[in-house]
Ligand binder design. Structure first.
Ligand code: GAP
Length: 460
């Protein structure tokens, strides 16, 4: 088939993304030299930049561009009381079945029929709950009693710090606390690359509102978060809002809308926005009986702190409701890579892979390339340009001293660098450089001031 120049040649697969990630240093299998740890991945030199850029974009939109959200960075190790009263010890489990024939284990709710997906046997055990939390001992005595958990979501320590944040800031309801960090789940069937993993990152906001105003805030956050993903470069047609059925809701939720993305393996959850009612602060508060808590919570005699607030007009104390937009960083990275990856024809004989990331997400913002490798004068001017652009603080700029301009362009197309800047002998005379655009491949000559202006405008 003859493909017109500049047009996507093939639809990508998960294998294309995995291969690009390994080849260019975005994502590696963790512990690979010892055979790998299943469901765990490491982010390489470019992956860490992309991931940080995504997290920064989220932090900026949730905290810096608003006045009603504060940030938090709480501990990963979480005490057993927190995860007891949150309901995780009792309910954070998946139904597990064993195949008696091949001894593999599966999630009962993910079997297409009652046959083993590995060997086809029908001889499976009855489903039993398998708690997904990782437990570890704390302190020098490992007698089984001094244990804590690696947090299964970042949310819980936001609730336990609710009073600390309230007392140390000038916030009042409605307001939110946001956190980005690692979460751990001993998934029964990790897979689909970084889609379902055992160690991952979440970007979570717990937004505290008055009961009665919760549904309005829920709708507000669903729309805001949906639009944010589109601003990150995700096409509307691959992003869907999905109201979770009552029977599938988590134990804390009154209503949840999932933002689903059309990943290479199918339409799956990218972010969930839940109305957690007064379940969380109600579960962790001291003197629960004072607050008329609506959610079904476990009796808590251990908490030392009241987590209610006062309505300044009615003077009534109440437990705030929580609206929680909770997004997966790793799923975000996978969706962005999938969205940005394209393979296109350049001319009759050549094609190129392009990662059309939005510039604010690109791991490298600009590559400065001396026309001749190791030519002292050219390299020195290139270094100066690199340092000047780097000082603008818009992200990583690199000096690419490979001497092969064509190969450098291809490499930077493939890793999503928005512009390449070539330093040649004319630069030595009048300081002008050639810039080449990743998407259009157009080149133009700019003087130093034009270069700075052009570079800054890319991020508008
Ligand atoms: N605090 C609410 C909460 O944790 P969740 O739906 O279990 O809700 C929120 O998780 C987000 O975290 C999901 O939408 C997904 O993006 C991400 N996530 C959950 N489990 C994951 C896993 N095993 N691997 C990668 N990301 C995961």
């Amino acid at each position: 088939m003859k493909v017109p120049i500049g047009v996507d040649m093939v639809s990508k697969t998960m294998e294309d993304l995995v291969s690009l990630c390994k080849r260019r240093g975005f994502i590696f299998q963790s512990n690979e030299i010892y055979g790998g740890l299943q469901g765990i991945y490491d982010y390489g030199p470019l992956g860490v930049e992309l991931k940080n850029n995504l997290k920064q974009a989220w932090w900026k939109s949730i905290i810096y561009e608003r006045d009603d959200v504060e940030g938090l960075d709480a501990s990963i190790l979480t005490g057993k009381e927190v995860l007891k009263y949150s309901g995780h010890e009792d309910t954070f489990s998946d139904p597990l079945v064993d195949c008696k024939n091949c001894k593999n284990r599966f999630r009962a709710d993910q079997l297409d029929n009652s046959n083993c997906p590995e060997c086809g046997s029908k001889d499976l055990t009855e489903p039993r709950p398998f708690n997904l939390m990782f437990k570890t001992s704390v302190g020098p005595v490992d007698d089984g009693s001094n244990y804590a958990y690696l947090r299964p979501e970042t949310a819980q320590q936001i609730f336990t710090n609710f009073k600390n944040v309230l007392d140390s800031t000038n916030k009042s309801i409605p307001f939110g606390v946001a956190q980005i960090g690692k979460a751990f789940r001993n998934e029964v069937t990790p897979g689909k690359f970084i889609f379902r993993v055992r160690e991952f990152e979440q970007m979570e906001l717990e937004f505290f509102v008055e009961p009665g105003q919760d549904e309005e805030w829920h709708n507000y956050w669903v729309d805001l978060r949906y639009n944010w993903w589109i601003e990150q470069g995700i096409e509307k047609q691959r992003l869907k809002k999905f109201e979770v059925e009552k029977s599938d809701l988590s134990h804390y939720s009154k209503a949840t809308v999932d933002i689903m993305y059309d990943f290479p393996h199918g339409l799956e959850e990218l972010e969930g926005i839940a109305n957690r009612t007064d379940f969380d602060l109600g579960s962790h508060t001291k003197n629960q009986e004072e607050f008329g808590i609506v959610a079904e919570v476990m009796k808590n005699k251990k908490s030392t702190t009241k987590l209610g607030v006062q309505n300044l007009e009615t003077k009534k104390w109440f437990i705030p409701y929580v609206i929680e937009p909770s997004a997966g960083v790793d799923r975000g990275v996978l969706a962005l890579l999938n969205e940005a990856y394209r393979e296109e024809k350049v001319d009759d004989n050549n094609s190129r892979i392009v990662l059309g990331l939005k510039p604010h997400l690109s791991p490298i913002k600009a590559a400065v390339i001396p026309l001749k490798r190791n030519n002292e004068e050219l390299v020195s001017v290139a270094k100066e340009i690199k340092n000047n652009l780097q000082r603008l603080g818009l992200g990583r700029v690199i000096l690419e001293n490979s001497g092969n301009i064509g190969k450098s362009y291809r490499r930077h197309d493939e890793i999503g660098t928005p512009i390449c800047i070539t330093v040649d002998f004319e630069t030595l005379e009048n300081k002008s450089v050639t810039i080449r655009d990743r998407d259009t491949m157009e080149q133009k000559r700019l003087n130093p001031q034009e270069l700075n202006d052009f570079y800054e405008r890319i991020f508008d």
